[in-house]
Ligand binder design. Structure first.
Ligand SMILES: [Zn+2]
Length: 388
């Protein structure tokens, strides 16, 4: 510190070189530093005489080095790593193991801002970065093909037709009505190449390249959750799907199957501990059973808005014959909701065919769900106001 102070003063006090003077003369003028010393009492201006630096111990050298590196990380290292990642992806997209890509992706994610769109490897996964407390997922239904790995030979391969289009319509309506972008993470691959709503074994059926895209999808969700929680303290994940078995909209929660709904109140209450909205239930004044099928439940609000839904007050359980068809839980709501702790809760939203494929109805549904379902539900049960 002392040496740099002396240099600064010397730069101000040294006489400027005369026009035409030689370089050696200007350099020789610098020893004017010797004209004053700072150890004289009462001096208002002085010059510190340069002294040789004290010899540093190895520990001091280590501490100084650590400080320099720590300051350099956000300004220099992260952008360099991000740029390197982009170049590596462009030059040799097929040769990187998933773990490395995810590490680079994580550093790039920190630089992204609301309104940005971040793509995973080969654009298979797309993340619309938001700044609100709502996170939309679209894991099934992307039409994108790939020749990099064969079609899956395990699990389910049928797409949720128009579910990604519905999720994008909801994203725009949430922004228009609340002024904040929701996060949206989309699997753009056809389900026969990747099922983002399964554990990695079933999602990829053993393909290591598919596993890269699977990891990116969930890394993006983790990033969205972290951003939302940092700003709002809690968040809501809507896992947007499509089904064609039921004309109603199917609202599902981890741990609450059709059989358990049919068993009644005490069984439902016991399932709170394994619920993907456990954090909301603990916070809400309602019991868990009222939260999922009372008059202020998500399903009841949907029905009141004109989009009949199960489970809710009117449709409080599936019929015996339809019990197996009722959709609940799933990998993403289990993993990304509050079942295992945290303040991010997750709902499964299995939308019927009409609200997905009918263009006018889709637009109306996406518009209505914001003020009539999401806003009152989050206000009453989460304490989060999304309307301006
Ligand atoms: Zn689905």
């Amino acid at each position: 510190m002392r040496d740099s102070s002396a240099t600064a003063h010397s730069a101000r006090l040294a006489p400027p070189p005369r026009r035409g003077a030689s370089r050696s003369i200007a350099v020789r003028a610098v020893p004017a530093l010797r004209v004053a010393r700072c150890d004289s009492p009462g001096r208002r201006a002085c010059v510190r005489t340069p002294r040789p630096p004290p010899s540093s111990t190895p520990l001091e050298v280590l501490v100084v080095s650590f400080r320099i590196i720590r300051r350099a990380i956000p300004a220099v290292v992260l952008p360099c790593v991000a740029a390197l990642g982009a170049c590596r992806d462009a030059l040799a997209p097929d040769t990187h193991p998933g773990v490395e890509l995810n590490r680079l992706g994580a550093s790039q994610l920190r630089l992204a801002k609301a309104g940005d769109t971040v793509y995973g490897r080969n654009n298979n996964i797309r993340y619309f970065v938001g700044n609100g407390p709502i996170i939309l997922l679209a894991p099934h239904g992307g039409p994108k093909g790939t020749s990099e790995w064969p079609a899956r030979r395990c699990g389910v391969n049928s797409n949720d037709v128009y579910a990604p289009e519905l999720a994008r319509a909801m994203r725009l309506q949430i922004y228009r009505q609340t002024g904040r972008w929701p996060h949206l993470i989309e699997n753009r691959l056809d389900r026969k190449y990747l099922d983002a709503n399964r554990d990695v074994a079933e999602a990829t059926c053993g393909s290591s390249l598919a596993a890269i895209s699977w990891r990116e999808y969930h890394t993006f969700v983790d990033s969205a959750k972290a951003r939302a929680v940092a700003r709002y303290g809690a968040a809501l994940v809507l896992d947007v799907h499509g089904q064609s078995n039921d004309a109603r909209i199917n609202v599902g929660y981890s741990g609450l199957s059709g059989q358990e709904l049919r068993r009644g109140r005490s069984t439902i209450e016991a399932q709170e501990a394994s619920s993907s909205i456990r954090h909301v239930s603990r916070r809400s004044p309602l019991t868990y059973e009222r939260l999922v099928r009372g008059s202020h439940s998500f399903g009841s609000l949907l029905s009141a808005a004109g989009y009949r839904a199960i489970v809710g007050q009117r449709d409080s359980m599936p019929a015996t014959a339809d019990t197996a068809e009722y959709r609940w839980g799933g990998y993403s709501v289990n993993r990304h909701g509050s079942r295992d702790g945290g303040t991010v809760s997750a709902l499964l939203l299995e939308n019927n065919r009409a609200v997905r494929s009918d263009l006018d109805l889709r637009a109306r549904y996406a518009r209505d769900i914001v003020p009539r379902v999401l806003a009152p539900w989050m206000r009453e049960h989460m304490g989060i106001e999304i309307m301006p």
